[in-house]
Write a protein that binds this ligand. Structure first.
Ligand SMILES: O=C(O)C(=O)c1ccccc1S
Ligand SMILES: [Mn+2]
Length: 261
């Protein structure tokens, strides 16, 4: 099939409704949970604030609009390589310079929701990825890998979403070795449903926060706070995740979408 025919077939499927568009994005507003880093780690992102300019009133009789206070890494968001010190000097590493070709790609969804329900500190290992590949096929270069844990169901409150106690946050994610393995496969990015792309215990890993450290060192991307990965198949969907074109941006809230038949 030629690319022209493939695109025409996609267009027909979208118009007929046989190609579905699935929203993978959490609601974004003042209630959106934001990452909390302990004081020794530095500053934090403030919560979203919405400031009314007008609402069909004396401030603007026929229109409504607002201005926002919004962190780059808030809600369902994209991590650019310059977000981490390991990616700070790489080419095309900011939200405004990443080639747009990289914002649309096939996606692999690894479902470890049962394991995460049994153990909030669940870590995805190389062996677990290889088991998944044996069942669903090899992870190909240029594709996304997303970890489904159903953690998005906790997104209604910061407390349940961050799930922290006196020992720190407890949420699932990848081991450093799993990220190294996926980088070796040539993936374009790593994503999950928790507040960030790393496990809650990632601060004590080697290197600390390996999904950030290693993915961005490889000039690859992250997606955090995704929702509804339970609506996606293990393989076969197309992910659309385009960050806003913030000049020299380290990341951006995104409307993450998936196309599937
Ligand atoms: O990129 C993020 O939103 C994120 O998760 C993060 C940001 C800064 C420091 C640590 C982490 S873990
Ligand atoms: Mn981020």
């Amino acid at each position: 099939m030629s690319d022209t025919t493939a695109l025409a077939t996609l267009a027909a499927g979208l118009l007929a409704g046989s190609i579905k568009v699935v929203d993978l994005t959490a609601p974004l507003g003042p209630e959106t949970p934001v990452l909390y880093l302990p004081p020794q780690f530095g500053n934090n992102t403030p919560n979203v604030k919405v400031h009314k300019i007008s609402a069909y009133d004396q401030d603007g009789p026929f229109w409504a609009w607002n201005w926002l206070e919004l962190g780059e890494h808030t809600g369902t968001h994209f991590d650019a390589p310059c977000h981490w010190i390991t990616g700070k000097d790489l080419p095309e590493n900011t939200t405004d310079t990443i080639p747009p070709q990289n914002f649309v790609a096939p996606v692999n969804v690894i479902d470890r929701s049962r394991e995460a329900a049994e153990n909030p500190d669940y870590l995805l290992t190389v062996e677990s990825i290889q088991e998944w590949e044996a069942e669903h096929g090899a992870i190909e270069a240029g594709t996304w890998v997303l970890l489904r844990t159903d953690w998005y169901k906790r997104n209604g409150s910061t407390e349940t979403f961050l799930n922290a106690d006196e020992n720190g946050p407890h949420s699932p994610g990848p081991t450093a070795e799993a990220i190294e393995y996926l980088i070796g496969k040539g993936i374009i990015g790593w994503g999950q449903e928790t507040i960030g792309t790393d496990a809650g215990s990632a601060g004590g890993m080697n290197p600390p926060f390996p999904a950030h450290n290693l993915m961005h060192k490889a000039n690859r991307y992250g997606l955090a706070s995704l929702s509804h990965l339970d609506k996606l198949p293990p393989k076969g969907a197309i992910l659309i995740a385009a960050p806003l074109k913030f000049v020299q941006g380290t990341g951006s809230p995104v409307r993450a979408l998936a196309l599937l038949a």
